[in-house]
Design a protein around this ligand. Structure first.
Ligand code: PZK
Length: 299
């Protein structure tokens, strides 16, 4: 049986920040509590119903990737265990059931580190207009969803409201302390190569992904991978057998939900419609499949 979706939290800890689907709490002078809820967004709007286990599945994927990439760069992950929590926090967190990570507190870089291996979304739009993506020239004659000759780094600013805005690498460099942008950029490209090769062997195309980095004040300001990593919420996952250049491939996680929303003629403005049980269940199946294919574990 499936437990109900966890969409809101009441933890007796200092709350730092709420994302559309994630929550951040203060834990100790050097650590934070990062929680992935079961909330889901589509077309940038949070749905009224959550997807049962989504937070556990995404946390499991992040933890898997932190382990599988720790030879490439340092990361903020400390523990996903309840026993490693300060005593006072342990009770608060019992009900999270695999949806939390204890992470190092970093000084975050104010840039999204986006890496693209395929031509899709805003990258495809940009290419049609300019022949390149974010000022990076590309060969002529590419079609939507084509694989790029090499993965490219396309930084963006973190918008507090609305959409992240693509910026040039020079602009990104201006926003970061000296010497840090290039280190994080090279990590991001290497992480993408590692993860996309691995995922491809398991029938998943990692079309693009977004990383965040911070500087660790307790380790001489070392550039450190943060946030959730290589999950369907921070990446585009395509089933490899549905990839067809010239078309926009379905996403493994949200396609069923998007198609259902499109069929309703919803205007993509809040509030979103209530999701019937079949839509919740079919959407959940996409997350379970992503998790099981990538980690080789069953939920
Ligand atoms: C941090 N966010 C985004 C994530 C939210 C918002 N290790 C860290 N150290 C300091 N700050 C952050 C992190 C991380 N990761 C991340 N904002 C700050 C975010 C989750 C929920 F509401």
């Amino acid at each position: 049986m499936t437990s109900p979706a966890l969409t809101s939290l009441e933890l007796d800890l200092p709350h730092l920040s709420s994302g559309k689907v994630r929550e951040l709490y203060d834990l100790t002078p050097a650590s934070l509590l990062f929680v992935a809820t079961d909330r889901i967004s589509a077309y940038d709007v949070v749905m009224p119903q959550g997807i049962p286990d989504k937070g556990r599945l995404l946390t499991g994927m992040s933890v898997f990737w932190f382990g599988a990439t720790s030879d490439i760069c340092p990361n903020h992950f400390l523990s996903a265990g309840v026993d490693d929590l300060p005593r006072a926090a342990r009770a608060a967190i019992g009900g999270l059931d695999g949806r939390h990570m204890i992470v190092r507190k970093l000084d975050m870089l104010p840039v999204e580190f986006v890496v693209r291996g395929y031509l899709v979304g805003s990258g495809w739009k940009d290419y049609q207009r300019t022949g390149g993506v974010c000022g990076i020239p590309l060969p002529d004659g590419l079609v939507e969803a084509d694989r790029l000759p090499e993965p490219i780094f396309t930084p963006a600013t973190k918008a507090t409201v609305g959409h992240d805005e693509n910026i040039s690498e020079a602009e990104a460099e201006e926003l970061c302390p000296p010497g840090t942008l290039k280190v994080a950029r090279d990590y991001a490209i290497e992480l993408y190569r590692r993860a996309s090769d691995y995922a491809r062997g398991r029938g998943i195309i990692l079309a693009d992904t977004k990383f965040e980095f911070g500087l660790d004040p307790n380790r001489g300001g070392e550039v450190t991978l943060a946030d959730e990593v290589l999950t369907p919420d921070s990446s585009r996952f395509w089933p490899a057998d549905a990839w067809e250049p010239g078309t926009n491939p379905p996403s493994l996680d949200k396609q069923y939900l998007r198609d259902w929303l499109d069929g309703l003629g919803w205007d993509r403005k809040p509030p979103a419609p209530d999701l019937p049980p079949e839509v919740v269940e079919r959407t959940r199946a996409g997350y379970v499949e992503s998790y099981e294919r990538l980690t080789g574990r069953s939920l």
